[in-house]
Structure formats: C-alpha cells, structure tokens
Design a protein around this ligand. Sequence first.
Ligand code: SAM
Length: 289
Amino acid sequence: MSVSTPQSSALGTLYVVATPIGNLDDISARALRVLADVSLIAAEDTRHSTRLLQHFGIRTPLAACHEHNEREEGGRFITRLLAGEDVALISDAGTPLISDPGYHLVRQARAAQVRVVPVPGACALIAGLSAAGLPSDRFVFEGFLPAKQVARCARLTAVKHDPRTLIFYEAPHRLLDSVADMRDVFGAERPAVLARELTKAFETIQGLPLHELHDWIAADSNQQRGECVLLIAGYQEPAQAAEVSLEAQRVLTLLMAELPPKRAAAIAAEITGVHKKALYQWALDNKPA
Ligand code: SAM
C-alpha cells in the first residue's frame, strides 16, 4: 500500500469528509469549503445529503456511493479522479467508513495512486468515548453486533476478557436485548455507559453497572429511541476488581501503621478473607504520604 504523499497534480484528490452526527454546527469550515469546491460529491444517500448541502447553500452535484454499488460503481469516481477532478466522499452522518460505506472507494483510489485526504470531524464513537468517563487510553470499536442472539452472544464472548474499553453501535430496537446479553456475558456489575442522541436535543449519557443500565432502559421507553453508542469497561482481573470492604480497609489501615504494605495485605487477607492482591493494591493506593 502506498504512503499518503502528494501525487501528481494531474490527478484529482479524493477528500473523505466527516459531516455532523446531529448538530449541524459541528461541520467544520474546512469541510464546507471542500464540499463547495470539489467537482462531485459521492454520497451514501443523495436525498439525505441534498438537505444537508442545501442548508449550507452548497450546489455541488451528488452521486450515489452506498454499500450496494460502491464496489462496482467505484470505477466511475476513479475515472473522474484520474481525469483530474476532485471528489468528496460523505456518508449520512459522521465519518465515512466508520460503520458506513467508503472503504472500497478509498482502497481503489489509493491503488490508482490518487491522493486521499481526510477532512476529520464528528464521529459518534469518539464523541461517546470523550464524555463517558471510561478509560480512553486503549479501546476497541466493535461496530454493530449481529442481530441474532446466538451470534451476538458469541461476539460478546469473544471480547469478554479484553481489558480495553469496548465500544458498540446499536440500533434502538435492539438496545435492550443487547444490553441484556452484555449483562449476562460480561457480568451484571461491569460498568457501562449509554451515550444516546449525541449532539442532539435529547442527548443522554448514562453510566451504570450493566444490570442497572438494563433496568433503567427497560423502565423508560424514551431510552429505546434515537441513536446510541454503548461503551463497556474492559475486563479487570477479579483480584483487582474485588471489593475491599470497609472492615477490611479498617484492619489493613491498622496493620499498615506497623508493617510494610505487602505484609500488612497478607495478614489482612488472613483476617478478613478478602483477596490478598486486592488488599495489596488498596494498600499501595492508600499508603500514608
Ligand atoms: N459514520 C458514523 C460515525 O462516524 O459515527 C456512524 C454511522 S452508523 C451507520 C450509525 C450509528 O452510529 C448509529 O446506529 C449509532 O449507533 C451511532 N450514532 C450515529 N449518530 C449518533 C448520535 N448522534 N448519538 C449516538 N450514536 C450515534
């Protein structure tokens, strides 16, 4: 695969342009300029995108580029790019290629030595992660889960022990079933966040253990509407995840006054029955300064 360096100016450029996921103010000044300047916009749904472009007074012609024609029709766009015309790729919302069409066109363009330029912007998984309060240093995007329960549970089981934050897109009518399966596969206490209707009027970001999140969604049908991202805390070793009860904390604190943390944790484990590793971690986190 070639590196993304400027190619011959005789060729056009394919711009991969992010559009808003709800709030139209989230489109960037650069995205508007590119969309107005290119010869053609390849859009997932031309009717949907016509409304967006009309809102911004952009009159660039549109052509369909969706999952059913992308592979076969991509050649049409490549021909225009090779002839020196610039083309922008957009999807219905957010960043193209992210659970959206565009992968085949980008591949074809790069194979044809056409320069591909990202114009970044909104993306639901990143917006959700940025506000969820779950670890964001390492994460896995799993896209949409399978619609059928057996396949869905198999996919969840495959990532059950992944320590990184897990991110899923889900359709509103499957939300409750998916959260129920997550609760059953990942465990009732696994921390989870539902990020719904991001950037829109009814934006909701709710963080609860999976069993509570399930019951909260079940009790309020409004939470089963609109668009949503599910973010699940990564797997933690049971020892680290184990609760250090208040009584264990009291015993450990007394012992720590006399003993080094490792020894104090070992004795506290004998007394309280709490796992030694969890007590040791607590001792390290709460060592007197
Ligand atoms: N390309 C888009 C992106 O960059 O996020 C995602 C397109 S995918 C077909 C649509 C899914 O993204 C929705 O079903 C939902 O899971 C998520 N999504 C899109 N907009 C959202 C929003 N405003 N709030 C929460 N989730 C959203």
